[in-house]
Design a protein. Structure first.
Length: 462
């Protein structure tokens, strides 16, 4: 099997051209053959008409002597390479060339039968190469005569033989030229592909910003290059996101570990009172919890990226989930004197992963309470319309600048100093919210005005 695409194109081109040339040669040969036979028949018909006219005229002069009239008429038919003969029944009256007995019998047998006024036939028994004959029957003075004109097929078959030899010799030569031309064309048209392959080999994770350049290639190769460049753009973005993610994750993991080690070192440095030990252990416990939560979030996102998260789908009431989440966050909101309100209709059923939906709502509530100043307000509402659930979490907090809005769902993203880890967040909550919504075939919308508040809307399709 030919593995080279260039050779495959050349082979298919050569096969197609061979079939095309062969078909054209057969068509040309048949058209030429029919044209030569048609011309021969027209010449023979003309000779028959002339001989019949001369015979009629001579019959008037010879007063019914058919043999004399035929011989006199034939003496005037001095056509080279054309046999003209007049028969009465099966008897030869005269011919313009001498004929032997067997030839006369053959001509009589081939032209004497039949009822058509004019008969065209190929006589294989006349001459070495056979002959084409035209015979015409007519009645004169109550007697039936046949005028025959025949010509050897030697010249026609010779001409056709020359044509065949030209075609036989021309076909290999034409195929050789066509194959060379097809190979050159394939080589030229595939040159951009080789250039693309050479450029692609030089692209690694260190220079994903490079793009393929193929110049003024045809439309199909340009589309291929554009598609590959788009793939490189996505890979470049993915690698950059991964590098940033690893760097941010390392930073976030390093901070609680540093706090834990610092407290442990201070506690072990010298004897302390039980109250001091208890305070240090409480700090270590808080940082350990933060570290555990961060690791859990990272693990969930990693599983989501790998597609290894299986949803535990079940029927539940979304309004109950919202009520539970509001109750669990009420103490945190009360500590900041934030009014937390939950509005939802009763018995709003949904089929999905109950724990993930609860995590989604809690993340949005934590985010809203964290960035809402004291005396603010957070409203959680649920709408059920046209087979679509809308969970809204609106706050009167600091808001999100327009330039930061497209990035809030990115992992570890913080738009400004107000959204720092001192507020207790890692920058993963909204990423998890987006992932949970999309895993349920839903989406998350953001509406925010700096200084006036932010509203997150989760759309879940039933």
């Amino acid at each position: 099997m030919i593995r080279s695409f260039r050779l495959q194109l050349t082979a298919w081109y050569l096969l197609f051209f061979a079939l095309l040339f062969t078909g054209f040669s057969i068509f040309l040969y048949e058209v030429l053959e029919k044209a030569l036979y048609k011309r021969l028949d027209e010449n023979l018909s003309s000779e028959v008409t002339t001989a019949a006219g001369l015979f009629r005229g001579e019959m008037a002069e010879f007063k019914g002597d058919a043999v004399g009239a035929a011989r006199d008429a034939m003496s005037e038919m001095s056509i080279r390479d054309v046999l003209v003969a007049i028969f009465e029944g099966n008897n030869l009256l005269a011919a313009n060339t001498p004929l032997t007995g067997p030839e006369v019998m053959a001509l009589a047998a081939d032209t004497g039968a039949g009822t058509k006024p004019e008969v065209r036939t190929t006589l294989r028994r006349y001459g070495k190469h056979g002959a084409r004959a035209v015979a015409r029957k007519f009645v004169l003075d109550g007697r039936q005569y046949v005028v025959l004109a025949a010509e050897s097929l030697h010249s026609i078959r010779g001409e056709l033989g020359v044509v065949r030899r030209v075609l036989y010799l021309g076909l290999p030569l034409v195929l050789l030229i066509a194959g060379a031309g097809g190979f050159l064309l394939a080589n030229k048209n595939l040159a951009p592909v080789r250039w693309m392959a050479e450029q692609a080999r030089t692209i690694t994770e260190k220079n994903l910003h490079n793009r393929l350049e193929i110049g003024s290639a045809n439309e199909e190769l340009t589309m291929l290059a554009d598609s590959f460049n788009e793939l490189l753009s996505r890979l470049d973005q993915s690698f950059e996101t991964m590098r940033r993610f690893v760097a941010d994750a390392s930073h976030e993991l390093r901070t609680p570990i540093a706090v834990i080690r610092g407290e442990a070192d201070v506690s072990l440095d010298h004897d302390r009172s039980p109250a001091e030990y208890k305070e240090s252990l409480a700090i270590i416990q808080d940082e350990a919890r933060r570290l555990t939560r961060l690791i859990d979030d990272l693990l969930n996102l990693a599983r989501a990226d790998a597609g290894h998260v299986n949803l535990h789908v079940e029927e539940f009431y979304v309004n109950d989930i919202l009520a539970e989440c509001c109750r669990s966050m009420q103490s945190r909101a009360g500590a900041k004197k934030i009014a937390l309100e939950c509005r939802s209709p009763e018995d709003v059923g949904y089929r999905g992963d109950q724990e993930l939906i609860r995590r989604l709502v809690l993340n949005l509530l934590e985010n809203a309470i964290r960035y809402t100043p004291e005396g603010g307000r957070v409203l959680v509402s649920l709408d059920d319309a046209a087979g679509e659930l809308r969970i809204r979490v609106a706050d009167t907090g600091i808001g999100i600048p327009p330039e930061a809005a497209p990035h809030v769902f990115e992992r570890f993203y913080r738009g400004d100093q107000a959204r720092s880890r001192q507020n207790g967040g890692f920058g993963l909550g909204l990423s998890i919210v987006k992932w949970i919504a999309e895993s349920h075939k839903g989406s998350v919308e953001l509406s925010s005005q700096p200084g006036l508040g932010t509203t997150f809307t989760v759309l879940l399709h039933r």
